[in-house]
Design a protein around this ligand. Structure first.
Ligand SMILES: Nc1ncnc2c1ncn2[C@@H]1O[C@H](COP(=O)(O)OP(=O)(O)OP(=O)(O)O)[C@@H](O)[C@H]1O
Length: 251
Protein backbone atom coordinates (compact mmCIF):
# COMPACT_ATOMS: atom_id res chain seq x y z
CA UNK A 1 0.00 0.00 0.00
CA UNK A 2 1.17 3.54 -0.77
CA UNK A 3 2.27 5.34 2.38
CA UNK A 4 0.06 8.20 3.62
CA UNK A 5 1.36 11.63 2.68
CA UNK A 6 -1.14 13.45 4.85
CA UNK A 7 -2.82 12.15 7.99
CA UNK A 8 -5.42 14.07 9.91
CA UNK A 9 -6.07 12.64 13.35
CA UNK A 10 -9.18 13.75 15.28
CA UNK A 11 -8.82 17.34 14.14
CA UNK A 12 -11.09 19.92 15.70
CA UNK A 13 -11.66 23.66 15.32
CA UNK A 14 -14.03 25.91 17.21
CA UNK A 15 -14.97 29.59 16.94
CA UNK A 16 -16.38 30.40 20.38
CA UNK A 17 -19.23 27.97 20.96
CA UNK A 18 -19.36 27.01 17.27
CA UNK A 19 -17.72 23.68 16.49
CA UNK A 20 -16.61 24.02 12.86
CA UNK A 21 -14.57 20.85 12.33
CA UNK A 22 -15.09 17.96 14.66
CA UNK A 23 -13.00 14.83 15.11
CA UNK A 24 -11.86 14.83 11.48
CA UNK A 25 -9.62 11.87 10.64
CA UNK A 26 -8.39 11.26 7.09
CA UNK A 27 -5.47 9.49 5.50
CA UNK A 28 -4.41 10.59 2.03
CA UNK A 29 -1.84 8.43 0.23
CA UNK A 30 0.80 9.83 -2.11
CA UNK A 31 -0.50 10.37 -5.64
CA UNK A 32 -4.18 10.54 -4.70
CA UNK A 33 -6.64 13.18 -5.86
CA UNK A 34 -8.91 13.59 -2.85
CA UNK A 35 -11.97 15.83 -2.89
CA UNK A 36 -13.83 17.19 0.11
CA UNK A 37 -17.46 17.96 -0.55
CA UNK A 38 -20.30 19.01 1.71
CA UNK A 39 -23.10 21.51 2.11
CA UNK A 40 -22.39 25.24 2.55
CA UNK A 41 -20.93 26.01 5.96
CA UNK A 42 -19.89 22.38 6.57
CA UNK A 43 -16.35 23.45 7.48
CA UNK A 44 -14.49 22.59 4.25
CA UNK A 45 -12.56 25.85 3.92
CA UNK A 46 -11.78 25.84 7.63
CA UNK A 47 -10.32 22.34 7.32
CA UNK A 48 -8.08 23.49 4.44
CA UNK A 49 -7.02 26.48 6.61
CA UNK A 50 -6.11 24.09 9.42
CA UNK A 51 -4.01 21.95 7.07
CA UNK A 52 -2.24 24.92 5.46
CA UNK A 53 -1.59 26.58 8.83
CA UNK A 54 -3.81 29.62 8.29
CA UNK A 55 -6.02 28.45 11.17
CA UNK A 56 -4.89 26.69 14.34
CA UNK A 57 -6.55 23.53 15.61
CA UNK A 58 -7.87 23.21 19.16
CA UNK A 59 -7.05 19.51 19.21
CA UNK A 60 -5.95 16.66 17.01
CA UNK A 61 -2.83 16.12 14.91
CA UNK A 62 -1.71 16.78 11.34
CA UNK A 63 1.05 14.49 10.13
CA UNK A 64 2.62 15.39 6.79
CA UNK A 65 5.16 13.15 5.12
CA UNK A 66 5.79 11.42 8.45
CA UNK A 67 6.26 14.62 10.46
CA UNK A 68 3.88 16.21 12.98
CA UNK A 69 3.21 19.69 11.55
CA UNK A 70 0.22 20.56 13.77
CA UNK A 71 1.95 23.50 15.42
CA UNK A 72 4.17 24.64 12.56
CA UNK A 73 3.58 28.08 11.03
CA UNK A 74 2.37 28.28 7.45
CA UNK A 75 5.75 29.10 5.83
CA UNK A 76 7.32 26.05 7.49
CA UNK A 77 4.56 23.88 6.01
CA UNK A 78 5.18 25.41 2.57
CA UNK A 79 8.89 24.67 2.94
CA UNK A 80 8.04 21.02 3.58
CA UNK A 81 6.05 20.79 0.35
CA UNK A 82 2.55 21.90 1.18
CA UNK A 83 1.16 24.44 -1.29
CA UNK A 84 -2.25 25.98 -1.49
CA UNK A 85 -4.10 28.16 -3.90
CA UNK A 86 -6.75 30.48 -2.61
CA UNK A 87 -10.45 30.79 -3.35
CA UNK A 88 -9.89 34.47 -4.10
CA UNK A 89 -7.37 34.97 -6.89
CA UNK A 90 -4.13 36.32 -5.59
CA UNK A 91 -1.95 37.08 -8.60
CA UNK A 92 -0.08 40.37 -9.04
CA UNK A 93 -1.95 42.05 -11.91
CA UNK A 94 0.83 44.45 -12.98
CA UNK A 95 3.39 41.69 -13.44
CA UNK A 96 3.44 39.34 -16.42
CA UNK A 97 2.27 35.76 -15.96
CA UNK A 98 5.89 34.68 -16.24
CA UNK A 99 7.05 37.15 -13.58
CA UNK A 100 4.31 35.99 -11.21
CA UNK A 101 5.55 32.41 -11.47
CA UNK A 102 9.24 33.42 -11.46
CA UNK A 103 8.64 35.16 -8.11
CA UNK A 104 7.36 31.88 -6.70
CA UNK A 105 10.41 30.05 -8.09
CA UNK A 106 12.59 32.70 -6.46
CA UNK A 107 10.79 32.31 -3.13
CA UNK A 108 11.30 28.55 -3.25
CA UNK A 109 15.00 28.89 -4.02
CA UNK A 110 15.31 31.07 -0.91
CA UNK A 111 16.97 34.00 -2.69
CA UNK A 112 16.07 37.55 -1.72
CA UNK A 113 12.93 39.22 -3.00
CA UNK A 114 14.32 41.06 -6.02
CA UNK A 115 13.07 40.98 -9.54
CA UNK A 116 15.54 39.97 -12.21
CA UNK A 117 19.11 41.20 -11.82
CA UNK A 118 21.11 39.71 -14.66
CA UNK A 119 20.58 37.40 -17.63
CA UNK A 120 21.85 34.21 -15.98
CA UNK A 121 19.77 34.83 -12.91
CA UNK A 122 16.75 35.57 -15.04
CA UNK A 123 17.21 32.29 -16.91
CA UNK A 124 17.46 30.35 -13.66
CA UNK A 125 14.07 31.71 -12.62
CA UNK A 126 12.38 31.89 -16.01
CA UNK A 127 13.11 28.38 -17.24
CA UNK A 128 11.33 26.56 -14.40
CA UNK A 129 8.63 29.27 -14.44
CA UNK A 130 8.00 28.63 -18.16
CA UNK A 131 7.82 24.89 -17.48
CA UNK A 132 5.09 25.50 -14.87
CA UNK A 133 3.20 27.78 -17.25
CA UNK A 134 3.47 25.07 -19.94
CA UNK A 135 2.03 22.49 -17.54
CA UNK A 136 -1.06 24.58 -16.94
CA UNK A 137 -1.43 25.50 -20.62
CA UNK A 138 -0.47 29.16 -20.23
CA UNK A 139 2.87 29.28 -22.06
CA UNK A 140 1.43 31.34 -24.96
CA UNK A 141 0.24 33.97 -22.45
CA UNK A 142 3.53 34.14 -20.50
CA UNK A 143 4.36 37.75 -21.34
CA UNK A 144 0.91 39.19 -20.86
CA UNK A 145 0.26 41.23 -17.69
CA UNK A 146 -1.62 38.92 -15.33
CA UNK A 147 -4.33 41.55 -14.94
CA UNK A 148 -5.29 41.06 -18.58
CA UNK A 149 -5.85 37.31 -18.25
CA UNK A 150 -9.39 35.96 -18.14
CA UNK A 151 -10.73 34.67 -14.82
CA UNK A 152 -10.12 31.06 -15.86
CA UNK A 153 -6.58 31.88 -16.98
CA UNK A 154 -5.92 33.51 -13.60
CA UNK A 155 -6.98 30.23 -11.95
CA UNK A 156 -4.51 28.43 -14.25
CA UNK A 157 -1.84 30.97 -13.29
CA UNK A 158 -2.49 30.34 -9.58
CA UNK A 159 -1.92 26.66 -10.22
CA UNK A 160 1.36 27.47 -11.98
CA UNK A 161 2.41 29.63 -9.00
CA UNK A 162 1.58 26.82 -6.59
CA UNK A 163 3.47 24.32 -8.77
CA UNK A 164 6.54 26.57 -8.79
CA UNK A 165 6.99 25.77 -5.11
CA UNK A 166 7.39 22.08 -6.12
CA UNK A 167 4.70 20.87 -3.73
CA UNK A 168 4.26 17.32 -2.54
CA UNK A 169 0.66 18.22 -1.73
CA UNK A 170 -1.45 20.80 -3.49
CA UNK A 171 -4.41 22.18 -1.50
CA UNK A 172 -7.01 23.71 -3.77
CA UNK A 173 -9.95 25.73 -2.52
CA UNK A 174 -12.59 25.75 -5.25
CA UNK A 175 -10.27 25.83 -8.27
CA UNK A 176 -13.29 26.14 -10.60
CA UNK A 177 -15.06 28.94 -8.72
CA UNK A 178 -16.22 31.67 -11.08
CA UNK A 179 -15.10 29.92 -14.26
CA UNK A 180 -17.38 29.50 -17.24
CA UNK A 181 -18.13 26.16 -18.86
CA UNK A 182 -15.18 26.10 -21.32
CA UNK A 183 -12.78 27.56 -18.76
CA UNK A 184 -13.77 25.02 -16.15
CA UNK A 185 -13.20 22.17 -18.63
CA UNK A 186 -9.73 23.58 -19.27
CA UNK A 187 -8.89 23.77 -15.56
CA UNK A 188 -10.17 20.19 -15.04
CA UNK A 189 -7.85 19.06 -17.87
CA UNK A 190 -4.95 20.84 -16.18
CA UNK A 191 -5.72 19.17 -12.84
CA UNK A 192 -5.88 15.82 -14.58
CA UNK A 193 -2.38 16.43 -15.99
CA UNK A 194 -1.03 17.47 -12.58
CA UNK A 195 -2.10 14.30 -10.84
CA UNK A 196 1.02 12.47 -12.03
CA UNK A 197 3.26 15.13 -10.41
CA UNK A 198 1.65 15.83 -7.05
CA UNK A 199 -0.95 14.71 -4.56
CA UNK A 200 -4.04 16.91 -4.64
CA UNK A 201 -6.59 17.72 -1.93
CA UNK A 202 -9.38 19.91 -3.20
CA UNK A 203 -12.69 21.44 -2.19
CA UNK A 204 -15.05 21.90 -5.08
CA UNK A 205 -18.76 22.54 -5.54
CA UNK A 206 -18.78 21.44 -9.20
CA UNK A 207 -19.93 17.85 -8.75
CA UNK A 208 -19.24 16.84 -12.39
CA UNK A 209 -15.63 17.88 -11.92
CA UNK A 210 -15.31 16.23 -8.51
CA UNK A 211 -16.76 12.92 -9.63
CA UNK A 212 -14.64 12.79 -12.77
CA UNK A 213 -11.36 13.83 -11.11
CA UNK A 214 -11.22 12.39 -7.62
CA UNK A 215 -9.83 8.99 -6.67
CA UNK A 216 -11.67 9.30 -3.35
CA UNK A 217 -14.14 11.73 -1.89
CA UNK A 218 -14.79 12.71 1.73
CA UNK A 219 -18.13 14.18 2.69
CA UNK A 220 -18.17 16.75 5.47
CA UNK A 221 -21.45 17.56 7.20
CA UNK A 222 -21.54 19.92 10.21
CA UNK A 223 -17.78 19.57 10.52
CA UNK A 224 -17.79 15.77 10.62
CA UNK A 225 -16.66 13.32 7.97
CA UNK A 226 -19.72 11.17 7.29
CA UNK A 227 -18.10 9.13 4.50
CA UNK A 228 -14.80 8.65 2.68
CA UNK A 229 -14.93 6.44 -0.37
CA UNK A 230 -14.61 6.07 -4.13
CA UNK A 231 -16.85 8.29 -6.28
CA UNK A 232 -19.09 5.32 -7.16
CA UNK A 233 -19.68 4.34 -3.54
CA UNK A 234 -20.15 7.96 -2.44
CA UNK A 235 -22.79 8.41 -5.11
CA UNK A 236 -24.67 5.38 -3.83
CA UNK A 237 -24.30 6.19 -0.12
CA UNK A 238 -27.75 6.91 1.45
CA UNK A 239 -26.33 9.09 4.26
CA UNK A 240 -24.55 11.26 1.70
CA UNK A 241 -27.63 11.55 -0.46
CA UNK A 242 -29.73 12.64 2.50
CA UNK A 243 -27.10 15.20 3.58
CA UNK A 244 -27.39 16.73 0.13
CA UNK A 245 -31.20 16.84 -0.03
CA UNK A 246 -32.18 20.42 -0.67
CA UNK A 247 -28.55 21.25 -1.38
CA UNK A 248 -26.61 20.41 -4.51
CA UNK A 249 -27.77 17.72 -6.88
CA UNK A 250 -25.48 14.70 -6.77
CA UNK A 251 -24.45 13.63 -10.26
N1 LIG B 1 -13.14 33.25 11.31
C1 LIG B 1 -14.34 32.79 11.65
N2 LIG B 1 -14.98 33.20 12.75
C2 LIG B 1 -16.19 32.71 13.08
N3 LIG B 1 -16.86 31.77 12.40
C3 LIG B 1 -16.28 31.31 11.28
C4 LIG B 1 -15.00 31.78 10.84
N4 LIG B 1 -14.68 31.12 9.69
C5 LIG B 1 -15.70 30.30 9.43
N5 LIG B 1 -16.66 30.40 10.38
C6 LIG B 1 -17.92 29.63 10.42
O1 LIG B 1 -17.58 28.27 10.34
C7 LIG B 1 -18.56 27.56 9.56
C8 LIG B 1 -17.87 26.79 8.44
O2 LIG B 1 -17.34 27.71 7.50
P1 LIG B 1 -16.47 27.23 6.26
O3 LIG B 1 -16.19 28.47 5.44
O4 LIG B 1 -15.32 26.44 6.70
O5 LIG B 1 -17.51 26.29 5.50
P2 LIG B 1 -17.47 25.71 4.03
O6 LIG B 1 -17.88 24.30 4.10
O7 LIG B 1 -16.16 26.01 3.39
O8 LIG B 1 -18.62 26.58 3.32
P3 LIG B 1 -18.80 27.01 1.78
O9 LIG B 1 -19.07 25.76 1.02
O10 LIG B 1 -19.99 27.91 1.84
O11 LIG B 1 -17.54 27.72 1.36
C9 LIG B 1 -19.56 28.58 9.10
O12 LIG B 1 -20.66 28.55 9.97
C10 LIG B 1 -18.81 29.89 9.23
O13 LIG B 1 -19.71 30.96 9.44
Amino acid sequence: MTKPLLELQNLRKTYGALVVTDDVSLSIPEGEVHAIIGPNGAGKTTLIHQISGLASSVSGRIVFDGEDITRLPMHERVRRGLARSFQITSVLPGFSALENVALAVQARSGSSYRLFGNAARERRLNEPAMECLGLVGLAPRAHLPAGLLSHGEKRQLELAIALATEPKLLLLDEPLAGTGHDESRRVVEVLRRLRSRTTILLIEHDMDAVFSLADRISVLVYGRVVATDTPERIRANPEVRSAYLGEEEMV
